[in-house]
Each structure stands twice: as C-alpha cells, then as structure tokens.
Write a new protein. Structure first.
Length: 308
C-alpha cells in the first residue's frame, strides 16, 4: 500500500505527463475562498483569522491531510474604497510527500455602481516540498537517488492573482494560482501547473429568518478535465447554516456553519466518497474555525454574500 501511495503522490504532485489537481481543495469552499483567491483579502469588516484542517479519506494509510492558518485585515479605508493585506500558511501531506506554503496577499477594493465592489489581489510567497523515505520499501522500482535527494529540499516560488466582483446578494470570482508555473528542480520536464478557478454565489432572502445560499466553483488545471463543485446552504437568522454539496467524480457532502458568538464561527464538512477510493476509505472530515476582532456590523463595510 505504501508503494502504491508513493507512486500516486509522486504523479499527483510532480508529474508532467499526468495533468491533475496539485493544490489542496476544500469542500466548504464558501468559507475558504481566501485559499483560492487573493482578491478576497480584506473582505471582512475587521481583522480575521481562520484555522482549518482537512482529513481526506479517513482510514486510508498515507491519505492527504491539510492544515492552514489565514490572517487578513483591511486598512486605508476611504469612503468605500480600501486595501486588504493578509498571510496564509498551508501544510499538506500525502503518503511520504509533504509541502508547506507561505503566501502574503494584497488586494485593493473599489466601490462601483449598483452596490457592486471590485477587488483585485495578488499573492506572493513560496512552497517547500518534502519527501520522507523512511519505512518505504520499493524493491522492484528504481528511483534515482539524486532525484529523491533534491525533492527533500525543493523550494518553489508562488505567484497567485485574482479578481472578485461582489455585492450584498451575489459574488463572482476568477483566480489563477501558480501563475509562474515553477519548474521542479531535480526532476526533468516537470513543473507546477496553473490552477484556474471560477466562483459564483448568491444570497437569496426567503423571509426575515431564512436565506438560501447556492454557490458554484469550477476548477481547471492544465489539460485535465475540469472539476465542478456546487453547494446549497440554508441560513437561519445569520446564526446557523446547513446544506449539501457535491463534486464531479467525487461524491456528496453535508455542511454546517455555526456562529457561536459574534466573533467566532465554526464550520464543518463531512464527505462521502463515491469514486473507487470508497472501497478503502469512505469519509473525509473538514473543520474550520474563524475568529473576528469585531462583530458583523461595521461602519462603511461593504457586505459580501460569501461572508455576511
């Protein structure tokens, strides 16, 4: 099993002939847009921090595990135009492989007509890749020692770009991650691929108590098949939201988001795998904690359907 996972992880992360998702993905993407799009930086009314952990394919040895911390805030508020700055640290491990990414984000938010605001953002940083060979036995596979040694010390630059058009009841997003497509030094003809993401969502007020929030996310990497994700959340009095989600080629998910206090939010997602991996592991768990330095109401704050 470890041999199989090592090969899968190598192809998934670094292979040039296999086009696939190379970056972590999140089921509760409406609460994790900062991991996809730097233009979202500063969208909340004040300083915010989020801590998340995703345990994919629970019970499957060597399955992906992802943890992250995001901090962002707005500054330079002039009427409804402002700047956003933030930082993200993301750690991803899968089988014998792992990576740690550190990215600094900047965004500028501009007030438009008809209640819309437009922000553009950039993220710059680096990713360090790791390979742990301890305990791996592959007697029938010949791996170049020079390649494995180089994998343990790879540091690749990260450049992300995004646009975010939003108002109180809807949002549209476009982002390109790994814009520079850095090559993997030590492995010939390999490089990280650009990840394109389109996002769309609505907030439909049903009555004074309930709001319906559907959202879509379309991901595309290189020449691979696009991945479409969708979710539908029902929010009650801006306190608790429950919903269902699905991803093409994956399965279904149950979601819940709870504002425990005006300053603390807890989000949880439970995935049921429907592809071939369900024979080894059925479930994926994802939890996110959000902390704000203020409540939801802030003067001159432009609401966004993804957050408010």
């Amino acid at each position: 099993m470890k041999k199989i996972l090592a090969i899968l992880a190598l192809l998934w992360s670094f292979g040039s002939n296999v086009q696939a998702q190379q970056l972590p993905q999140y089921t509760n993407f409406t609460y994790n847009y900062l991991n996809y799009n730097p233009a979202v930086t500063g969208s909340t009314p004040c300083l915010e921090a989020r801590v998340g952990y995703r345990m994919q394919w629970a019970g499957f040895t060597g399955a992906p595990r992802t943890g992250y911390v995001v901090v962002h805030n707005k500054f330079g508020l002039r009427r409804y135009n402002f700047h956003g700055v933030g930082m993200m640290v993301e750690n991803d491990s899968y089988g014998p492989f792992g990576s740690t990414t550190l990215v600094a984000n900047y965004a500028y938010h501009l007030k438009l007509t008809k209640g819309f605001s437009l922000s553009s953002g950039i993220g710059v940083g680096f990713t360090q890749y790791r390979l742990g060979l301890g305990g791996i036995t592959m007697p029938d596979i010949d791996i170049d020692p020079a390649a494995t040694a180089s994998l343990g010390t790879i540091v690749a630059p990260v450049v992300n770009f995004g646009l975010w058009l939003y108002r109180k009841d809807r949002f549209y997003g476009l982002s390109v991650r790994q814009l520079s497509q850095p090559k993997v030094k030590g492995l010939p003809d390999t490089q990280m691929r650009r990840h394109f993401t389109l996002a769309y969502g609505r907030a439909i007020q049903i009555d004074d108590n309930f709001t319906f929030k559907p959202a879509l996310l379309l991901n595309y990497v290189g020449k691979s098949k696009p991945s479409l994700e969708g979710q539908a959340m029902l929010e009650y009095k801006k306190i608790i939201s429950v919903g269902l989600a699905g991803r093409s080629g994956h399965g279904g998910s149950a979601l819940v988001k709870f504002d425990a206090l005006p300053y603390i939010t807890i989000a949880y997602a439970y995935d049921i795998t429907a592809n071939r991996f369900h024979y080894a592991a059925l479930n994926t768990h994802e939890v996110t904690l959000g902390f704000r330095a203020c409540g939801m109401k802030e003067r001159n704050h432009v609401p966004c359907a993804a957050y408010d």
